[in-house]
Design a protein around this ligand. Structure first.
Ligand code: NAP
Ligand code: HSE
Length: 428
């Protein structure tokens, strides 16, 4: 039997489930893969903490660095999360010639280029299938199966918490705060859900998707992001009336000005496949000239699906250890231009509360016109001497759209820019 010793950094939602699977499914995994996967050590913060799954006696340690140098540990699984101390521990393992499997999108987005270089130098694998989309296989398809395709766009619902909140708000009229509390109870949200609702979690995933899809490393500082905390039930209703769903999307594109990655809530046509993705499900929509479109969808969070992705990487890395070969990175990154977001064409839905009197529409149209933004449609609902105006623009550079919004905000006849949300559709 081909025995591989595993050291785990973390035994929480993902790590605990992984340990349970490695113990209870040991024989089935061995029968299918020929591998005898043995847990050697498990590093945690607090060994006395009650755990959902039992951890075999004597495995717990609070000394992660010692665990990594343990000669019985052939392969390290990092499921502790965050950048510190996870980043330095992963680097230490790679430099010691031990392959690493991680589910940590924050770490890969922040230090992926450095860690991949360290893995290459040591000739070992650094695998992170679980870092984006939880249980959905997406890292391997992007870096291997689709390596020969000149992809044009990768667009996805990559945060389960926010999709769950938007689904509950739109289908059941649940209040934002209640839907967030439910997402936390169900274990989808990060310990501090700010990273979910303000888009930082999705931005880390979008940075990874963009880097793999276009073969150039896209740092987090090149991924502008915003979240869903200001999305209201009213806008979800208005959007639906106009033929759109509201989704938080990570969008990575190969534009004429360079690679662009961004995360924000968007109005998406109801007929788009991503509009049908409900609850905590994640989905990634890939476009390329030869492949046309591909949709990967499934559970994007939770112990079980994420542990399945981690386990797949563990089996892959274990096979490479046994093959004894120097491992080259699955994908090579070259320097390429990154697009300045200000120049990326975007399209907007704007909800204005305005005075209902002659000339108001003309002033607003002029403000958009002076910023070189063309209006596609206008819908108005009057209430006494006030009115709600819904404007959808044509596509124009992001900077021009921001200029138009700033100008409209300062008009005397505009009482409030109640909402401004980008629209993602094929129409110009
Ligand atoms: P979690 O439940 O908070 O578990 C973290 C584990 O790491 C705990 O066992 C904790 O020890 C240990 N740990 C944290 N800091 C440590 C330190 N300084 N030294 C030693 N041990 C430490 O986290 P999780 O939900 O399993 O997530 C783990 C990783 O998977 C994260 O990178 C996350 O982004 C990623 N991920 C999670 C999901 C998901 O649905 N949960 C999905 C995809 C990816 P104690 O138990 O003693 O506190
Ligand atoms: N908090 C994350 C989400 C977990 O809601 O998608 C998976 O990365």
């Amino acid at each position: 039997m081909n025995t591989i010793g595993i050291g785990l950094l973390g035994a929480g939602t993902v790590g605990g489930t992984l340990i349970h699977r490695l113990v209870t499914e040991h024989a089935a995994i061995a029968a299918k893969t020929g591998l005898d996967l043995q847990i050697r050590r498990v590093a945690v913060r607090d060994p006395s903490k009650p755990r959902t799954f039992d951890i075999p006696e004597g495995l717990l340690t609070t000394e992660p660095a010692e665990m990594i140098t343990d000669p019985e540990v052939d392969l390290v699984v990092e499921v502790m999360g965050g950048q510190d101390p996870a980043g330095d521990l992963v680097l230490q393992a790679l430099q010691a010639g031990k392959p690493v499997v991680t589910a940590n999108k924050e770490l890969i987005a922040a230090r992926g280029a450095q860690l991949i270089a360290a893995a290459e130098e040591s000739g070992v694998a650094l695998l992170f299938e679980a870092a984006v989309g939880g249980g959905i296989p997406i890292i391997r398809p992007l870096s291997e199966t689709l390596a020969g395709e000149r992809l044009t766009r990768v667009m996805g619902i990559v945060n389960g918490t926010t999709n769950y909140i938007l689904t509950r708000m739109s289908e059941e009229g649940t209040a934002y705060a209640d839907a967030l509390a439910q997402a936390q109870d169900l274990g989808y949200a990060e310990p501090d859900p700010t990273a979910d609702v303000e888009g930082a979690d999705a931005a880390a995933k979008a940075a990874i998707l963009a880097s793999l899809a276009f073969g150039t490393w896209v740092g987090l500082d090149h991924v502008p992001h915003s979240g869903i905390s200001e999305i209201t039930a009213a806008d979800i209703r208005y959007a639906r009336d106009l033929g759109y769903a509201i989704k938080l999307l990570g969008i990575a594109e190969d534009t004429p000005a360079g690679v662009s990655a961004r995360v924000h809530p968007v109005l998406l046509p109801l007929e788009h496949p991503l509009s049908a993705i409900r609850g905590a499900t994640n989905a990634i929509f890939i476009e390329g000239p030869a492949i046309d479109t591909l949709l990967f969808a499934g559970p994007g969070a939770g112990g079980d699906p994420t542990a399945t992705a981690v386990l797949g990487d563990v089996i892959d890395a274990a096979r490479e250890i046994l093959a004894g070969a120097q491992v080259a990175p699955r994908i090579r990154f070259s320097e390429a231009a990154l697009a300045d977001f200000g120049g990326v064409p975007t399209k907007w839905y704007v909800r204005l509360e305005v005075d209902d009197r002659p000339g108001v529409l003309a002033q607003i149209a002029a403000a958009f016109g002076e910023a070189n933004v063309s209006i596609k449609s206008v819908w108005q609902e009057g209430t006494d001497d006030e009115a709600t105006l819904l404007i959808v623009t044509h596509r124009a550079p992001e900077d021009a759209q921001q200029d138009a919004l700033a100008a409209v905000k300062h008009l005397d006849c505009v009482n409030a820019v109640a909402a401004a949300i980008r629209v993602e559709s094929e129409e110009l």
